[in-house]
Design a protein around this ligand. Structure first.
Ligand SMILES: [Zn+2]
Length: 107
């Protein structure tokens, strides 16, 4: 039986993966549109109730998504038990997640 912290890790990873999938779709759409300005993305934090958005340009988003386990979040939305802030900005923070996704599709 998984410990409490292991299941929290899995839950956080699952939420992050869900937000990431939504953002991937947004990213492709913005690329198609040739969006050059800041574009709205969903906060990719581990809280499934979070509905906040952050604004990044496509280069900034691409830089984060290229690195496995990194997510963009609203500053302050990090969950320190499972992730650490690797980049803190005015518009968004980048966190690195230690949580492993429960779903093997995303591992
Ligand atoms: Zn959030």
């Amino acid at each position: 039986m998984p410990s409490a912290s292991e299941s929290q890790d899995a839950r956080v990873a699952e939420n992050e993966a869900t937000f990431r999938r939504a953002n991937e779709a947004l990213f492709r759409r913005f690329q198609e549109l040739g969006t050059a300005d800041l574009a709205p993305f969903l906060c990719e934090c581990g809280d499934h109730r979070c509905t906040q958005t952050i604004r990044l340009n496509l280069e900034e988003y691409e830089e984060v998504r290229e690195q496995r386990g990194r997510f963009v979040i609203v500053p302050g939305h990090e969950i320190l038990e499972v992730e650490r802030v690797v980049e803190a900005g005015e518009r968004y923070d980048v966190v690195e997640s230690r949580a492993e996704p429960a779903d093997p599709l995303f591992s």
